[in-house]
Design a protein around this ligand. Structure first.
Ligand code: B1M
Length: 215
């Protein structure tokens, strides 16, 4: 039963049918499927397949865009439920989040923000294509504990390093921990650029942020 709906979710992403993806997300919630399971087992495998097909020239940019719209339609349904399940909690810490300069991929970053919010963190999401200076200004303004920088392109991973450099230059680095993530990012890269941690996926980003805030 669940396998069937997960397969339909994957297909809705491949087809880029936003209405269908939204309907399936609603249906999953009605059936008591956990929103994170719907994302991880239904919609994200579809996105991964889209990425593979794009790389093999079996799909093109407009198709990838339609798939992203379908993913967003599903997230619009699932995000409020994810947040609701977190419930009212005292603030666990303040996080400034965004996607690196030059990069407009937002879905994974937004998911990280949603889960952090659900776990009681106050999240300031700066969106996409964010410069180091903007990260630093917001971190200073809100007294951030954590700055999180997402990058989906090998060409924009350098933006993560730049954020760390700007935070250091502006004297904020001792107060602010930096975490990085995104499909091409590895633990080794995080170490190389002097980040405090690397989140493989949204849930491990939450675990990481919790442990860094406790330190
Ligand atoms: Co683009 N794209 N894209 N794209 N896109 C990739 C990333 C790519 C791998 C596809 C491929 O070729 N196989 C490839 C990058 C290749 C590379 O650099 N090595 C690529 C390319 C090439 C491009 C363009 C350059 C294409 C072009 O124009 N010719 C262009 C770049 C635009 C730009 O940014 N300047 C481009 C554009 C787009 C769209 C606009 C069409 C669309 C994005 C729409 C949007 O976000 N609103 C898009 C999409 C959808 C993808 C794929 C198919 C899916 C990304 C996604 O949303 N995944 C992607 C292929 C892939 O990744 N498999 C691809 C689902 C999401 C839940 O996962 O984002 O990985 P992800 O996030 C995960 C983890 O990575 C982690 O947690 C999340 C949840 O588990 N995570 C963090 C993410 N951020 C984190 C931060 C953290 C911690 C964990 O702490 C701070």
């Amino acid at each position: 039963m669940q396998a069937e709906i997960f397969a339909a979710m994957r297909q809705s992403i491949l087809d880029g049918t936003a209405d269908q993806a939204g309907d399936l997300a609603r249906k999953a919630l009605e059936q008591g499927i956990a929103p994170l399971d719907a994302i991880d087992q239904g919609f994200v495998p579809g996105m991964n397949q889209v990425g593979e097909m794009y790389a093999q020239h079996k799909m093109f940019l407009p198709d990838m865009l339609a798939s992203a719209e379908a993913m967003k339609a599903a997230m619009i349904v699932l995000e409020p439920e994810l947040k609701r399940q977190g419930g009212e909690r005292p603030t666990a810490g303040t996080v400034v989040l965004g996607t690196a300069k030059g990069d407009i991929h937002e879905i994974g970053k937004t998911l990280v923000g949603t889960l952090l919010t659900a776990h009681g963190f106050q999240v300031h999401d700066l969106g996409v294509d964010v410069t180091g200076e903007r990260f630093a200004a917001k971190a200073r303004e809100v007294g951030a504990d954590i700055v999180g920088v997402s990058a989906l392109l090998t060409t924009t991973m350098g933006g993560q390093r730049s954020v760390i450099e700007v935070l250091s230059r502006e004297g904020l680095r001792p107060k602010v921990k930096v975490i990085v993530g995104g499909a091409p990012v590895t633990r080794r890269w995080a170490e190389e650029i002097g980040a405090d941690g690397y989140g493989k996926d949204a849930l491990s980003a939450v675990t990481l942020v919790k442990s860094l805030v406790q330190k």
